[in-house]
Ligand binder design. Structure first.
Ligand SMILES: [Zn+2]
Ligand SMILES: [Zn+2]
Length: 105
């Protein structure tokens, strides 16, 4: 029976013994996936009005399985697959630009 040390939660120590959790492979390489893509899918990322007021961060995410190597993390706690990373940076820049425009009367 494999034992896995718990190291995902700060301050929590121990090992979990039992059947190995099903580790599915990364969507981009054969390594084991450790996370899911947080990229907002195209449908949700498209702004619904020209001022970007309605760039809603909906729960619809890409959710592709990623390993440590294939994940792109522009900010802490977020992971993006190679397919979503460029679109995400464009979207973030668009939102930042919209916020700048709003700040200047
Ligand atoms: Zn990978
Ligand atoms: Zn993705």
């Amino acid at each position: 029976m494999p034992c896995t040390p718990i190291k995902h939660y700060p301050g929590v120590r121990g090992v979990v013994c039992g059947p190995r959790p099903r580790s599915k492979p990364c969507a981009f390489c054969p390594r084991a996936a450790s996370r899911l893509c947080d990229g907002v899918t195209r449908k949700a990322a498209v702004p619904t009005d020209p001022t970007f007021e309605d760039v809603a961060l909906q729960d619809s995410t890409c959710d592709k399985r990623l390993c440590d190597r294939c994940s792109r993390s522009p900010e802490d706690g977020k992971d993006y697959c190679p397919g979503c990373a460029p679109a995400e940076s464009i979207r973030r820049r668009a939102i930042a630009a919209a916020m700048l425009l709003k700040a200047v009367p």
